[in-house]
Structure formats: C-alpha cells, structure tokens
Design a protein around this ligand. Structure first.
Ligand code: HEC
Length: 159
C-alpha cells in the first residue's frame, strides 16, 4: 500500500515537472512576442517549399488535361495561382518575376481548359512550361528544367 502510494507520488512528480520543463522550453507558450514573431517569420514557406508543390501541381495539371478531367485541371491552375500569390508574400524579392509570370503564363492554359480541347491544352501547357523555366533562368536556377511530358504524380484523382 505505502509502496504503491510512493510510486504514484514519484510518477506524478516526474510528470508535472516534465510538463513545466516542456513549457519553459516552448517559445510558443513562454516566448516574448518578438521571439514568437521572429520564429514564425523564419518558418514561413520558402521558394523551394512552394515550388515543390508547384511541381506536383504541374504533373497533375498535365495528366488532368490528358485524361480530360477539365474541372480538376482548372482546380490545379487555381491552386498554382494561389501558390504564386503566397510566394509574393513570403519572398517579396521575387515579386517582379511573379508579376511577369502572371501576365503571361496563366491566360493561355486557362482558355485552353475552357475550350476542353486537348490540342489547345497541350499548346497552353507548353507555353506555361516555357514561362516557368524563364523564371528559373532569371532567378539563377536554369538547371531546373521541367519535362514537357511530366511523370504522373501521386494524386489519387489521376488514372
Ligand atoms: C517567380 C519565379 C518562378 C516561377 C514563375 C516558377 N519557378 Fe519554380 N523555382 C523558382 C526558384 C527561384 C526555384 C529554386 C528554389 C530555391 O532554391 O529556393 C524554383 C524551383 C522549382 C522546383 C524545384 C523544387 C525543389 O526544391 O525540388 C520545381 C519542381 C519548380 N520550381 C517548378 C516550377 C513550375 C512547375 C513552375 C511553373 C508552373 C515554376 N516552377 C515557376 C522560381 C520560379
């Protein structure tokens, strides 16, 4: 009986001291507002974080068009636009490149999706691909070359 109470007390003491120690090391709970803001700014999505997603959506877009899943293709373009808008906020030094891209890349592919025509889609996709790579070149990443016919991604929507 006494042995059990002793054990229980030890466990409770250990657990509560761990919680306290955990809290005091956790900037989200105990950090100053400046520390919190600094950390949050450090971890906002980087160009490569967002570009990784662009790459996946690029694959999905191609295969959605190929398989005539037009609504899914349209959705991919909308999400890509969203990623670019996000990048403009998280990496303001890229704003000029992003604006240039917006003014050229999305219109042909959007029109092609509306037309529901594979020939037009493949032309719009190719023109978008060129714009993606122009931006890579202008931003010291010319070696990131996108395949005109990308491999299938992991989307369970694509056959
Ligand atoms: C605003 C300019 C810009 C545009 C537009 C752009 N990219 Fe990028 N992309 C970059 C930069 C810069 C990098 C290198 C990222 C880094 O090093 O932080 C990159 C990297 C990538 C990567 C490599 C990601 C990784 O870390 O493995 C992929 C994939 C990619 N882009 C796909 C695309 C696709 C697809 C498009 C068009 C649909 C596109 N990008 C449009 C600037 C751009």
């Amino acid at each position: 009986m006494f042995k059990n109470i002793f054990r229980l007390t030890c466990i409770l003491t250990l657990t509560s001291s761990n919680v306290v120690a955990g809290n005091s090391n956790d900037w989200r709970k105990t950090g100053s507002d400046v520390e919190k803001l600094t950390n949050v700014v450090k971890v906002i999505p980087s160009t490569s974080d967002l570009m990784f997603q662009m790459g996946e959506r690029y694959r999905n877009l191609y295969w959605a068009g190929k398989q005539k899943k037009w609504a899914f293709a349209e959705y991919q373009v909308e999400e890509m636009e969203g990623l670019m808008k996000k990048l403009k906020i998280t990496r303001p030094q890229r704003a000029a490149s992003i604006e240039k891209y917006f003014s050229t890349a999305f219109k042909p592919i959007e029109a092609a999706i509306q037309s529901k025509n594979w020939q037009q889609f493949s032309l719009g996709f190719e023109s978008m691909r060129k714009q993606c790579m122009l931006c890579h070149k202008a931003n010291d990443h010319a070696f990131i070359i996108l395949k005109p016919v990308p491999g299938k991604g992991n989307s369970p929507v694509i056959d």
